[in-house]
Design a protein around this ligand. Structure first.
Ligand SMILES: Cc1cc2nc3c(=O)[nH]c(=O)nc-3n(C[C@H](O)[C@H](O)[C@H](O)COP(=O)(O)O)c2cc1C
Length: 192
């Protein structure tokens, strides 16, 4: 049986080699306490046996949902390869050290943007308010490293279920799901 994490990283490499635009882009589905769903795209920054990591604003709508309902599904679709992967499981925060290390690798203007954006909240002054906020942050950190904002960090989706879907002619698609049972993965083929 395949290790689904190895399989995922192999499909990700295929997507990168295929020249797909934003191969790490994935839909992140969360739900509020009433079960009302939301989905949006985020970028995968790391994947290993511990989980699938993305970074965001901790005061965003998604963060508010993850606080009350720390469960998510991720969905990748690589069109030119006609492959889909879905990853489902509980969500935990990355450590501050991991977030600091990743933030330090970001371009300076993205770091400034992270400080300036009150993600998901209304802009009363229109788009100019963001540009003004970026200018203020740039003045605050004119030189040297920009520290990670305390309201910006990472989440890790800990996979309990990973499904690989591959298009085949005449709707005879291949659909294989891996379910984590304790430490081990169980493989199950599904009708498409
Ligand atoms: C391709 C793509 C990648 C994105 N990557 C991220 C990301 O890594 N982190 C993030 O917070 N938002 C990212 N966004 C913006 C989100 O889709 C979303 O607009 C934002 O996070 C606010 O979502 P929320 O209000 O549901 O919290 C990305 C958008 C696109 C289209």
């Amino acid at each position: 049986m395949l290790d689904p994490i190895v399989q995922f990283n192999s499909w990700m490499e295929d997507a990168k080699r295929a020249g797909i635009d934003e191969p790490t882009a994935m839909a992140l589905a969360t739900a509020d306490i009433q079960g009302r769903p939301s989905a949006r795209m985020v970028l995968l920054k790391h994947a290993d046996e511990h989980g699938f990591v993305f970074y965001t604003n901790l005061e965003s709508a998604k963060a508010a949902q993850l606080k009350v309902n720390p469960q998510a599904e991720l969905c990748f679709y690589w069109g030119p390869l006609t492959r889909q992967v879905r990853i489902t499981g509980p969500v935990e925060r990355t450590t501050d050290a991991e977030a600091d290390a990743y933030f330090a690798t970001r371009p300076r203007l993205s770091q400034i943007g992270a400080w300036a954006s009150q993600q998901s909240r209304p802009m009363r002054g229109g788009y100019f308010e963001l540009e003004q906020a970026c200018a203020m942050v740039a003045l605050r950190y004119p030189l040297g490293p920009v520290p990670r904002p305390p309201f910006w960090s990472g989440y890790r989706v800990v996979p309990k279920r990973i499904e690989f879907w591959k298009q085949k002619p005449f709707r005879r698609h291949e659909r294989v799901v891996y379910i984590r049972d304790g430490g081990a993965w169980q493989e199950q083929w599904l009708f498409p």
